[in-house]
Ligand binder design. Structure first.
Ligand code: C2E
Ligand code: MG
Ligand code: MG
Length: 648
């Protein structure tokens, strides 16, 4: 058994030995296979890793793209909303015209602009054109045509439409054509915007540039343009004539100061309406500013045509204006010029009309003057005067003259009126009428009057100390209304009285009646009372020549009045004037006002005045204005009773 087993084992051994190489081979193969698969696995693993990495990257990119898309979708939606809001908010309508089919899409905003409620039948260019005003249809068609032909980069046209309810509106159409390869437009789309408000604002700006804001009348620029136009017209029609009328409202500053600027403005508006009613629609009424108006009369029949209009203007202004319950009388000085060969520019006519107006002013106001070439010289000398006056004041060329006045009853020298004179180095002695108007215009009058006040106060102190009398001498001095423009006259005078030691009641301030529109000039009235409280006396000058109401006479603190020369000179020949002067004397007595009769030139006048009242008198018969030195001698030599000698 053992042997069998042993043999079998040996055999088996042999078999194993035989098998061993195979086994080894097998093992080798297995081993090789093993190594091979390991390599493959590595490769696979590597490729897998690459792929997955790529996938991650791709995924991230997609994610990123997705987010990008989402963001742009939101942005797009927002932008659409914004666009919609903008379009709706700005009232801009959208339209889109398919040129091939002829159909037009209009957005609801277009309907709104038109005031339409529905779309029925509203989808063609013709249905749109029906709203366009006749005058603009041609223009709009033309603008579209040129754009479709490619001659303009885009379509833009402003025009007027008539809305459903008939209302006119301004719109602007903008658009752009889409073109095929052969450059033929097949679609035109764009917007429609209501620009009425902008147009109105533009019109307003354009209007304001050439009109006066207060009255709405043409201003200087527009007036000059129209005059220039007339000048050009005359070149073609030399026989035609036109005229320029320059109007300046008399004493407007006084009205302004008395009633305030608001009332002044109101008056200018009312005046402009009246003037406008006097001229033809084809003529131009312009306001140059302040109280200056100019009328351009186109086509007139010579000078008389222009003067007739001027007369009508003066007449119409005579009706009182009612402002804040007050009746105001306005008048105007008018300068007229007719076109002439020497007028080359519009300014030339305006200058000549202004010169003529100035002449009308100096010749009494409330009248017209037609320009003639001699006025040129006058205007030039006036300019010269303006420049000369200031220099003269600085050079001390002014002097105060003194005209005595007397108590006619007791025949005594009562005092003097101080009257300014200009001792011109070449022209000699100049009277106030030659220069005071200009001094007032250039604002020199206040300085002149202050200077005069100082001279007079010092002089009066000197005279009363050198020539003591029972009743000390007084001096009357004229005060321009301009002095009330500032507030400090009472202060100035108060200091002056203190400085000179003058007894205030000896100084008598003369205020002209024309200034008494003052009645409602609070600034002036306050100052009158302040002056009064300084102790100085107040006189109303040129009484009877103004047209202010009598009520101020007893409401304002006057001490006396001066009866104007025009009444005194006539009392001998006119019983009417005599009665009038008698009434003034009675009035003065009842109001306790001392009267001074001005301008006594003849013995007869003196007698007449004396017969009417026991008053003061002043005039060339009694004594002329004289220099300071002459007045001093006059006082020294004066003997009471001199009037009786003259009268007998
Ligand atoms: P007024 O205040 O009425 O002065 C009287 C004017 O009449 C003076 O003229 C005087 O010379 C003149 N006169 C006096 N008696 C007679 C007469 O019998 N016959 C004639 N024909 N005239 C007579 P004047 O000096 O030329 O002054 C004119 C005006 O100038 C004055 O009128 C006054 O309103 C103003 N004025 C004069 N001096 C001043 C001044 O210093 N300041 C101001 N603001 N105005 C003044
Ligand atoms: Mg006077
Ligand atoms: Mg007078």
């Amino acid at each position: 058994m053992h042997k069998l087993l042993a043999r079998q084992l040996a055999h088996l051994d042999l078999e194993i030995v035989d098998l061993l190489p195979q086994l080894q081979e097998l093992l080798k193969t297995v081993d090789a296979a093993y190594h091979q698969s390991d390599h493959d696995r590595h490769l696979m693993e590597h490729s897998l890793e690459c792929t997955s990495r790529e996938l991650v990257t791709q995924n991230q990119r997609l994610q990123f793209e997705l987010e990008g898309r989402k963001a742009s979708e939101i942005a797009l939606r927002q932008s659409e909303e914004r666009y919609q809001l903008a379009v709706e908010g700005s009232n801009v309508g959208i339209w889109d015209w398919d040129i091939i089919t002829g159909e037009v899409y209009f957005s609801p905003a277009v309907l709104k602009i038109l005031g339409r409620v529905d779309y029925a039948g509203f989808n063609t260019t013709e249905s749109w054109l029906k709203y366009v005003v006749q005058e603009d249809q041609q223009g709009l068609r033309q603008a579209i045509r040129t754009h479709l032909l490619g001659k303009t980069s885009h379509l833009e046209f402003e025009y007027q439409i008539r809305r459903h309810n008939g209302e006119l509106r301004w719109v602007v159409t903008r658009g752009l054509a889409l073109r095929d390869q052969s450059d033929h437009a097949y679609r035109l789309a764009g917007s429609l915007e209501d620009i009425t408000d902008r147009k109105r604002a533009e019109d307003q700006i354009r209007f304001d540039a050439i009109h006066d804001t207060l009255t709405g009348l043409p201003n200087r620029a527009l007036l000059l343009d129209r005059i220039q136009h007339q000048l050009e017209n005359i070149q073609r029609h030399p026989h035609k004539r036109f005229a320029v009328l320059f109007l300046d409202i008399d004493r407007f500053k006084l009205i302004n100061d008395s009633f305030g600027h608001m009332a002044g403005d109101q008056l200018l508006i009312e005046i402009s309406k009246r003037l406008k009613a006097c001229i033809k629609g084809s003529d131009t009424l312009a306001r140059l500013g302040g109280d200056e108006f100019v009328i351009l009369l186109e086509e007139i029949a010579g000078e008389s045509g222009a003067t007739q209009v001027a007369e009508r203007l003066l007449q119409d202004l005579k009706q009182p204006f009612v402002l804040e319950g007050h009746e105001i009388y306005a008048s105007s000085s008018i300068g007229i010029v007719l076109n002439h060969d020497h007028h080359h520019k519009a300014d030339d006519l305006l200058r000549d009309a202004d010169t003529a107006m100035y002449r009308a002013k100096t010749e009494g106001k409330d009248c017209y003057k037609v320009f003639d070439s001699r006025m040129h010289e006058h205007a030039a000398s006036r300019l010269h005067l303006e420049a000369g006056l200031r220099k003269a004041f600085e050079a001390g060329e002014f002097e105060i003259y003194y005209q005595p006045y007397f108590g006619l009853g007791r025949e005594r020298l009562a005092g003097f009126e101080a009257l300014i004179r200009w001792l011109h180095p070449e022209k000699g002695l100049q009277l106030p009428g030659e220069f005071l108007g200009v001094a007032e215009e250039i604002g020199l009058i206040a300085e002149l009057d202050r200077w005069a006040l100082k001279q007079v106060c010092q002089q009066l102190v000197e005279w009363n100390s050198n020539f003591p009398q029972d009743e000390p001498l007084r001096v009357n001095i004229n005060i321009s209304p301009r002095l009330f423009d500032q507030h400090d006259l009472p202060v100035y005078l108060g200091e002056l009285l203190q400085e000179t030691g003058l007894e205030p009641s000896l100084l008598q301030l003369e205020i002209t009646e024309s200034c008494l529109i003052l009645e409602s000039n609070n600034r002036a009235i306050t100052q009158l009372f302040q002056l009064k409280s300084l102790g100085v006396q107040l006189y109303l000058d040129d009484f009877g020549t103004g047209y202010a109401s009598l009520s101020y006479l007893h409401r304002l603190p006057f001490d006396g009045l001066k009866i104007d020369r025009s009444f005194i000179s006539n009392i001998s020949n006119s019983s009417r004037d005599e009665s009038f002067v008698q009434v003034i004397f009675d009035l003065a007595e009842s109001l306790d006002l001392r009267p001074i009769a001005e301008g006594i030139e003849t013995l007869e006048q003196l007698e007449n005045v004396r017969n009417l009242a026991n008053c003061y008198g002043q005039g060339f018969l009694l004594a002329r204005p004289m220099s300071r030195a002459a007045a001093s001698s006059f006082i020294a030599d004066y003997k009471p009773g001199v009037l009786t000698k003259k009268a007998s």
